[in-house]
Structure formats: C-alpha cells, structure tokens
Design a protein around this ligand. Structure first.
Ligand code: TXA
Ligand code: MG
Length: 352
C-alpha cells in the first residue's frame, strides 16, 4: 500500500505550491492522478519505465492497451513524432487544448511500453487549468489513462478516484467535477478514410466542417461483429457497473412502456432497480430509483452525467440499471457508445 497524498485544488484559484509538489513527484517517476476536462487521468512520466509499469499495475490494465500521452505545448509534440500532417495541424489549431486525441507515427523517443508495441502514439493537450498547470510545471510528456480500475466506469469526480486508487498511487489531485464527463475523441488522421476510433466531446459533425472523408470505425458500437476495433481499448468490456445494465432502444413510447414493465417486474421480485432517464420522462416511471440525466435538449449535460450515473448505481448497490437510448447524432454517438459498452451489448429492442 502506498501512502497516497490527496490534494484538493480549486480550478479557479489554483494553489501552485501543491502543483509544484505533484510535478516533482511526477518527474521523479511517481504516479499522480489529475483532473482533465474529460475524465480524471492517472499520470506517469513516459521516460521512466517504472512509472509506466506502475500505471498498468494500479489500474490492473492489460499491457497491450496503449496509453494517451498528455502535453502542454507543441514543442513536446515534436519530441513524440516527426510527422505532423496538414489535417493533424488543422485539428490541433482548432481543438487543442481540448478533448481530442490524435494518433501520430511515433518517434524513437517514445517507449514501446506506452504504445502496447504499436508504431503509433496517441497524444492530446488537455484544457483543464489544473492539468495544464501540472504538465507545464513538470514539463515531461505524461502518459495518463482514465484513473479508474480497469473495466469500471471512468471517474468524473475526485471521490470516484479515491474509491478506486487510494493506496495505489502517490498523489490524487481532487479538482472537482469534469466538465465533459466522457473521454476524449480519438482520431486517426493518417488512415484513409480518416477514422474516429472512439467518439467523444468533439463530434464527427464538428470535424466534418473542416475535413473531408471522415468516418467512424465501423466496429465501434457493437461488441461482437467479428471485426476487430482499431483502437485496442475498444475491444475490452468497459465502464461496467456492478449491477446488470440493459439499454432499451427503439420507438420512444415503447421504450418507456418496456422500462416501466421491467421495473415493475424486477421490483416485485425484490430487486433494486435504477432507471436512467431524461428530465422530460421522469413522470412516466412508477417503480425504481430514478436518475435524471438532464434535458433531452442538452446532450452536454447528459454526457457529463453518464459515468456519474453508473458510479451512483454502484454506490446504491442496485441489481439492475434500465436505461433509455439517445439519438446517435453529434454527442449522442459518444453517449450511446459508452452505454452499449457498459451494458456488454445488452440491448433490448422496442420496435413495435
Ligand atoms: O479523455 C481521455 O482521453 C482520458 C483523459 C485522462 O485524458 N484518457 C483516456 O485514456 O481515456 P484511456 O487509456 O482510458 O483510453 C485511451 C484509448 C484506449 O481506447 C486506447 O486503446 C486508445 O486510446 N489508444 C491509445 N493509443 C493508441 C494508438 N496508438 N492507436 C490506437 N488507439 C490508441
Ligand atoms: Mg479508460
């Protein structure tokens, strides 16, 4: 067990003495959890082999699943790759700092231990002021997967990280809620067509405004189509709550009807049920505990609540989680991707 230090830092009034202490620990090879605008990250210095090993160990992550490298300025990117294409540059100018991860051909500086043996490296410049301050102070590229135990829902609040990693890392910086609440969009701009390997806060529709010929990795949404996803992380069962999650998909009225029926049946059997719904639909449900994800008019709020809801399900120890579905346009694609993965592909069709 490690003696984990927990630093609470206010994003709007950053205590730089704590950032300095955390940066020093990072530079010496320690593990530091920090908030980003997407989810919390478990950071380690990419140039210290033991720091990288500690990340995989603390998370219990398979070693063939590569890590995202976090940077605070473009000079650091030039250390990690020798080739920045025109499209990559355009996306960097428009979306960095922000929730977009770009896959580059890796330079020889990048250790294979963080790329899972691939010849590419995933890089992003986060936007959260605490993340940027920490990266600037330490001034080394920082590998940081989401700071959850492998398989569990990603952490969007400091308390989620403490639940999973207290005693397993050197420092946890609690910086409050993560704004986006879902992990970054991962894009491969060197493939033809250009491919989104993981949907996130920056949507396909956003990117199509400036770049032609972009598609989603076709294997993204479903677990078992016999096509290997291009992003190694997408092949694992993911984000899973302890209870059984069922996603109801189809005609809106039928979805509500079926969730209600199932909620009543399970409650009668003595099961504890959590229903994930939108604000507009709360009134339809008669049984179970209701989790309000937000208004249907506000997909940003809904996405920021998805992992919070799955963590809440664990906290309440529910047996079942029954969820409504969302349109797969815009941010809805990322929301549905996380829900479907978290359910292990357990979709209940409600078409007629
Ligand atoms: O928002 C985020 O991206 C968060 C925060 C902490 O920045 N990080 C994050 O990291 O979600 P992680 O490790 O949980 O997810 C990284 C994803 C995995 O699905 C992994 O397979 C993929 O990115 N990935 C990493 N390197 C890759 C590469 N070279 N090629 C393809 N996919 C890669
Ligand atoms: Mg993750």
């Amino acid at each position: 067990m490690k003696d984990t230090k927990i630093f609470t830092i206010d994003k709007k009034n950053i205590d730089f003495s704590k950032i300095e202490e955390a940066a020093e620990i990072l530079n010496k090879g320690g593990s530091v959890v920090f908030p980003t605008e997407t989810v919390y990250g478990l950071g380690g210095n990419i140039y210290i082999a033991n720091a990288v090993k500690e990340i995989y160990k603390a998370k219990g992550r398979p070693s063939d699943n590569p890590l995202i490298v976090h940077i605070w300025n473009i000079d650091q990117l030039k250390e990690l790759t020798e080739e920045i294409s025109e499209v990559a540059q355009l996306l960097i100018d428009k979306y960095w700092p922000g929730p977009l991860t770009i896959i580059f051909k890796k330079s020889s500086n990048v250790p294979e231990s963080i790329t899972g043996g691939l010849d590419t490296v995933a890089v992003r410049m986060p936007q959260d002021p605490i993340a940027l301050a920490l990266l600037e102070k330490s001034d080394v590229p920082v590998a940081a997967p989401s700071a959850n135990t492998s398989g569990k829902p990603s952490p969007t609040q400091g308390k989620h990280v403490v639940e999973d990693l207290d005693g397993k890392v050197d420092v946890i910086i609690d910086g409050g809620d993560c704004k986006v609440g879902l992990e970054s969009t991962v894009i491969d701009v060197y493939s033809n067509p250009i491919m989104i390997l993981r949907p996130g806060g920056i949507t396909l529709e956003d990117i199509l405004k400036d770049v032609e010929n972009v598609v989603y990795d076709p294997s993204l949404m479903y677990l078992d189509k016999g096509i290997a996803p291009r992003s190694p992380g997408q092949k694992y069962k993911h984000y899973s709550p302890k209870g059984k999650l069922v996603v109801f998909k189809g005609l809106e009225d039928r979805v509500k009807e079926e969730i209600n029926k199932e909620g009543e049946r399970l409650t009668k059997e003595g099961k504890k049920v959590l229903i994930l719904t939108i604000k507009e639909n709360i009134k339809y449900y008669s049984k179970g505990i209701i989790f309000n994800l937000g208004s249907i008019k506000d997909y940003e709020t809904i996405s920021s609540n998805i992992f919070k809801a799955l963590r809440k399900a664990d906290e309440l120890n529910v047996d079942y989680i029954l969820s409504e579905s969302f349109s797969e346009k815009g941010l809805g694609k990322a929301i549905m991707n996380r829900l479907i993965k978290a359910s292990g592909g357990n979709i209940k069709r409600c078409d007629n």
